[in-house]
Design a protein around this ligand. Sequence first.
Ligand code: FAD
Length: 472
Amino acid sequence: DRILFWHRRDLRLADNLGLTAACQRTRQVTGVFCLDPAILNREDLAPARLVFLLDSLRELQAGYARLGSDLLILHQSPVTGLPALAKALKVRSVFWNQDVEPYGRRRDEQVAAGLKEQGIAVQQIWDQLLHPPGTILTGSGSPYTVYGPFWKNWRAQPKQDPVPAPPALQGHTETEETLGTIALPDPQTFQVIWTNPLEIPVGEAAARQQLDQFCQGTTIGQYDEDRNYPARPGTSRLSAALKFGTLGIRTVWRQAEQVLVRCRSDEERNGVEVWQKELAWREFYQHVLYFFPALADGPYRPVWKGFPWRENRDQFAAWCAGMTGYPIVDAAMRQLNQTGWMHNRCRMIVASFLTKDLILNWQWGEKYFMQQLCDGDLAANNGGWQWSASSGMDPKPLRIFNPASQAQKFDPEADYIRQWIPELKSVDSERLVKGNLPKAVRDRVGYPDPIVNHQQQQQTFKRLYQQQKNAI
Ligand code: FAD
């Protein structure tokens, strides 16, 4: 009575609700992961994400081996591969944890249909959110489209405790060759490199350790203040772990709640709560994507449909390369290009710059982020971009960031700017944060002139926005 457990974005053994449910039925559980060519060949797959995925899978495979079972790797679409594997293994049922993404949901329906045709049962469980879609609704029973009331409701609901890793399992007796599954490829097979200079925690053990460090030290208590300063290590850097599920969300929540209990000041308590609010943003964006899947393909608000975005590819290339002549924007883009991660404050700054200063379509930026980010995630990325472009669920009609005032407030000593733009290392801080570098200085160090004028572009942008509003 073997069960096949299909891992997707839950690359861990501990605190995995679907896997636990399978193990409660039987000890004969085999794990499987599908390296789906449709995903591997996507043009927005970031090297950092692929390396993160393969390395986390390697650790998971070792974990299964320790328990006495296996994690099989299928180099095939799950739609065809899983029913065939399930048949070869003579399993009675296949279990997996559910997803919110439109592609994943369509694919899961197809896989489930293929399995059921063969008389194999399917069990789908919610695991990646503390509260799955449909459990947090307004008084009239509809999904929230505004974060504030969602948070209040979400916060008030009781939350499940984490579940432990499974006990010893029984592996299958067939060899991998007979099952047609191949070993895990090396990232080099895909010719991708990610050196991970920020030491983003990869795999289950490292994610757990990072969570412990973040919660046991002073960082979480100072989060409300420190999270805004990109030069400070003030955030958890757990986003990739949460995207790939190398860490269970119940484990994360319980640790944060335990910190709350032992907080000694209101400031610390506030730090923890503001961090918890970020975890709720993650859930909010997953809920809205689940209920409004069209978000994945375009703006939510009608005023943005058909907006006359510019088509300037040269300016887009300058933005991507971190060569706009705006130091805070360029520092952030270079951090992204070199590390596969960018600080949240800077994600907002560069997204505002792309949309409101360069007047380029936010979907260009959304795609570029996906091509680079180790934590690239449709719900969070799309949510972040629609928020920055003012086209999403954010009730505020228009947000425009001034890059210079952002730098003055959040990188006052220009430490972040200097870290990522080495040619500006010797330039005076005040000039750097205000962005008023004389041409002679720019020429001397080989740093570009600003590609647009913020004040002018802001006016142009507002005019276009007003015209668009009047037209609908
Ligand atoms: P922390 O500050 O420690 O927060 C803890 C966790 O909460 C994060 O790991 C993440 O899972 C979640 N979280 C925090 N902020 C947000 C948010 N605004 N929206 C959703 N979840 C959040 N986050 C991604 O995980 N993947 C993305 O592809 C992504 N793209 C973004 C694009 C834009 C334009 C913007 C403005 C934000 C984006 N974010 C994305 C949200 C946020 O920037 C990152 O989650 C955060 O910077 C990750 O760092 P951290 O793990 O140290 O976060």
